[in-house]
Ligand binder design. Structure first.
Ligand SMILES: Cc1cc2nc3c(=O)[nH]c(=O)nc-3n(C[C@H](O)[C@H](O)[C@H](O)COP(=O)(O)OP(=O)(O)OC[C@H]3O[C@@H](n4cnc5c(N)ncnc54)[C@H](O)[C@@H]3O)c2cc1C
Length: 405
């Protein structure tokens, strides 16, 4: 196909939830502007946005005052409202964070304080109340977050596309962005399918965020490391084993929440995800290996510093990934009756986690800005929950610049 040319006021790169929410919020505020979304795949939400746990997080975990804490709280409200308005399935099933021993009770206490500071309604529960609420779960106590929910995030992305189109926006799939050239008057975005001359560009490229920043001429001092999250699905006769989402007390030294039991919007229950380094950013077979992707983080000094700091948990995660019994042990800590036969295959997802030069995972949502571009560089969980407020924030910044130019 020969490349077409298009003029647009705003071009969004990436048709995941963050890119779509950005386009939607721009159009809802300024329906007079032309907005085009470029997505390299044949449809939206094929990567992180369509391969996650489907949880509407309430904001328990995040550092008070951080963007994550703020956007997650707003996102919880906006996601539920958006889904209700547009007929996307969601459910407020609530969540239990379970401590299995004294050390984990201390972690849960710290989480309680943090969650309350973030404005999250939480109830501390003891072992008796835990088994009253969830007869198949064992623990020394924990936290109940009644507001936490689940949503059909793929359905939400589809609904966003409908709204964008109704507002006059355009989605072009199969358009891999290969170059971006910023001048004083705009940005030329070249893709495999179409060239867009845009006033402003917002890049929401998930697992490709660092590469897109580099091809736009920026010098990001971080690297996206893909962390593979493997899930299993319980057999249908186990679908009623839990009423809430069941999460372990997370290890505060790693940016992941631990293997949980998740009620999905289709009524099934998944177990997962673990978190080990993936050797391909966007292909999901267990043994998939992409030389360029692996070299990209393998040559980045921050990655090795990260591995050095987390050697034992990295080895543990690899064991959990390779040995199903080790995986089962993680969930048996709080749900002892599940067996190997209960772990049925399910799709995996890869998290885009930015690691900085010092080897630290960038905790908060992170953006890089130039005069005419905004790059979303780090938008891991809870960015599905937070997509609408992230989009609103970015739209505010872009539209503000519009009124100045
Ligand atoms: C295993 C897992 C579990 C998670 N669980 C939850 C959860 O329960 N709740 C929650 O809130 N969050 C969760 N998250 C996080 C959440 O899914 C992501 O943070 C969110 O979906 C990020 O959205 P995004 O739009 O930034 O990225 P993505 O959904 O990855 O979208 C990026 C898009 O950019 C496109 N793209 C990339 N490069 C180019 C290019 N060159 N040209 C054109 N297009 C390009 C990609 O094809 C992709 O469609 C989870 C993530 C994972 C992986």
């Amino acid at each position: 196909m020969t490349a077409q040319h298009l003029r647009a006021d705003i071009c969004v790169v990436g048709g995941g939830l963050v890119g779509l929410a950005t386009a939607l919020k721009c159009l809802q505020s300024r329906p007079d502007l032309s907005v085009v979304v470029l997505e390299k795949e044949t449809e939206t939400a094929l990567h992180q946005s369509g391969r996650n746990s489907g949880v509407i997080h309430a904001g328990v975990y995040y550092t008070p005052g951080s963007r994550k804490a703020e956007f997650c709280r707003k996102g919880l409200v906006q996601t539920k409202a958006f889904c209700t308005e547009h007929g996307v399935k969601w459910d407020e099933c609530g969540k239990l964070i379970v401590a299995t021993d004294r050390r984990e009770l201390q972690r849960v206490d710290a989480l309680y304080e943090r969650g309350v500071t973030n404005g999250v309604p939480l109830e501390r529960i003891d072992a008796k109340r835990l088994t009253d609420l969830e007869p198949h779960v064992r623990g020394a106590g924990g936290l109940l977050s009644p507001e936490t929910g689940i949503a059909d995030y793929r359905g939400m992305a589809e609904a966003m596309v409908r709204v964008i189109t109704e507002c006059g926006g355009q989605l072009v799939c199969g358009a891999t962005v290969t170059a971006m050239r910023e001048t004083a008057g705009g940005v030329q975005v070249s893709s495999s399918r179409i060239t867009v001359n845009a006033g402003y560009v917002v890049v929401c490229a998930g697992l490709q965020a660092d590469r897109l920043a580099r091809i736009a001429g920026l010098k990001p001092d971080f690297r996206i490391v893909p962390f593979r999250g493997e899930y299993f699905q319980l057999p249908p006769e186990r679908n009623r084993i839990v009423k809430h989402l069941i999460y372990p007390a997370p290890d505060p030294s790693v940016p992941f929440l631990g293997i949980h039991l998740t009620r999905m919007i289709d009524g099934s229950v998944t177990v997962g995800p673990n978190a080990r380094v993936a050797f391909a950013r966007e292909s999901y077979g267990k043994l998939d290996f992409n030389f360029t992707d692996t070299l990209d983080f393998g040559l980045f000094p921050g990655f090795w510093k990260f591995v050095g700091k987390h050697m034992s948990s990295a080895a543990h995660e690899m064991r959990v990934s390779l040995i199903r019994k080790a995986y089962l042990r993680e969930v048996n800590k709080y749900c002892p009756e599940l067996t190997l036969d209960d772990l049925r295959p399910y799709r995996a997802g890869h998290r885009a986690q930015a690691i900085d030069l010092s080897g630290a995972p960038i905790e908060d949502f992170h953006f890089l800005e130039t005069e005419r571009m905004i790059h979303v560089c780090n938008a891991p969980s809870p960015a599905a929950t937070s997509a609408l407020p992230i989009g609103e924030d970015i739209a505010g910044k872009v539209l503000n610049r519009f009124s100045r130019s």
